[in-house]
Design a protein around this ligand. Structure first.
Ligand code: FMN
Length: 405
């Protein structure tokens, strides 16, 4: 149990006034809980998954990218055609696509979805993974390339006539005018936690993304991004995206039973290297995001109201892995703690992928939205955070440690 902060009616100054929800699109029913040895697309499942997101009230879905994954652009285009409102976020590694071609593909997706396209630029967190597709640039330099990539993307979308470019990484002559986005510029998001990621994100990104971190750590990282944005003379600050893998059940006690069951299954899967095995061999990860997640897991299993790090520890923090554990009310209150620290984009994806997407849509999203509607209407904080204390209260702490030596 950790000491409870005040959850009085005053809305914190750092709070984001709105929140939107992100998921990640799974292509088949294989999960870390129950890996099915297939890398293929199960079309029926995929359709159902994507439509469940739309019905559940999600705003975005991330189409991740790896050298052995499906192509994120093609999948994003399918998402666009299967939904009316959901916004596909294409994960894109600059080394895989020349920037004017990337701009063209994104603008095409944006027109096909009437303005719903978003791009998440992945600079590359592992030398071995980058080398699989012929990229041998040193990790720190990859962010300089991302920075140049952003400039070319934006110019390709807006320049009314032909233009040439002679940069450190890209050179071309007389491109343009390129194919334009539907109406507004396409939002550009940056993932990565290294100093170089912060620099380019703070200077140029519309969105800067994190995996789930303890509240105070996240807040200081947000301040770091904002300071870089300010120093760069930006009038705006990047929106903050934070990612969790919630484990929910009807009560906190039941959620903890589920969490213990899940972590045993997930650990067994990773020991057998049965899920995306290529990326998860047990060496120290090169990307700072995973290193940070492992350091948090080392320091403590449980933080704040409901943040659980054991799922990161057993997966070598390969990809988003930190959980929020509790009843829908506790998890919604924990999400609001992050909104209070300045996060306005919340990604939640479960370990039981499809069932969790449906459950979050039914039980978690409405609670968070109700609270924000209450705040907008009254200028005051509601009572959810004060009444569902999670680890700020004694009962929860007992459930969390039940069965431990
Ligand atoms: C929300 C989020 C989503 C990500 N999605 C991907 C992805 O689809 N593919 C990938 O290779 N890396 C992904 N990453 C990882 C990193 O962005 C990327 O590998 C980065 O270069 C990590 O390096 P750094 O943390 O040392 O800066 C994601 C990170 C975040 C925070």
């Amino acid at each position: 149990m950790t000491a409870a902060p005040e959850f009085g009616p005053a809305i914190p100054e750092t709070a984001a006034p709105e929140v939107e929800f992100i998921s990640l699109s799974h292509l088949n029913p294989s999960t870390e809980l129950n890996p099915i040895p297939s890398r293929g697309i199960d079309l029926k499942y995929f359709r159902r998954y994507v439509r469940s997101l739309e019905e559940g009230g999600y705003d975005y879905t991330l189409l991740p990218y790896g050298s052995n994954s499906a192509d994120s652009f093609v999948v994003a285009s399918a998402v666009g055609q299967l939904t009316e409102r959901l916004r596909p976020i294409v994960a894109l590694r600059p080394n895989t696509t020349f920037p004017t071609v990337g701009a063209q593909k994104l603008a095409t997706l944006d027109q096909l979805t009437e303005g719903r396209a978003v791009v998440h630029l992945i600079s590359g967190g592992s030398d071995a993974e980058q080398a699989r597709q012929g990229d041998y640039l040193a990790k720190e330099r990859r962010y300089a390339r991302t920075s140049e990539y952003i400039d070319v993307l934006r110019r390709s979308w807006t320049e009314p006539g032909p233009f040439s470019h002679d940069g450190e990484f890209y050179k071309f002559d007389e491109f343009g005018p390129g194919f334009a986005p539907y109406e507004a510029p396409i939002p550009i998001s940056i993932g990565g936690q290294s100093a170089e990621a912060f620099q380019v994100g703070g200077e140029k990104a519309d969105i800067f993304s994190f995996w789930g971190e303890p509240l105070d750590d996240l807040r200081s990282e947000i301040e770091r991004v904002n300071a870089i944005a300010r120093a760069a003379g930006r009038a705006t600050r990047p929106r903050i995206w934070v990612t969790f893998r919630p484990i929910i059940a009807q009560t906190d006690r039941l959620a903890w039973e589920k969490a213990r069951d899940y972590v045993a299954k997930v650990a067994a899967t990773f020991e057998r290297a049965a899920y995306h095995a290529q990326q998860y061999r047990g060496t120290t990860p090169q990307n700072v995001g995973s290193q940070r997640a492992l350091a948090f897991a080392d320091r403590s299993e449980l933080y704040d109201r409901a943040l659980w790090t054991k799922t990161a520890a057993v997966t070598n923090a390969a990809g988003a892995s930190t959980a929020l554990v509790g009843s829908p009310e506790t998890v919604a209150a924990a999400i609001l703690d992050y909104v209070d620290r300045g996060a306005s984009l919340v990604s939640i994806r479960g370990y039981d992928t499809l069932a969790d997407a449906v459950d979050y849509g039914r039980y978690v999203l409405p609670l968070v939205r109700e609270e924000l509607a209450h705040r907008a209407a009254t200028g005051r904080r509601g009572t959810l955070q004060a009444t569902h204390l999670g680890n700020y209260g004694a009962d929860y702490a007992q459930h969390a440690t039940a069965g431990q030596p």
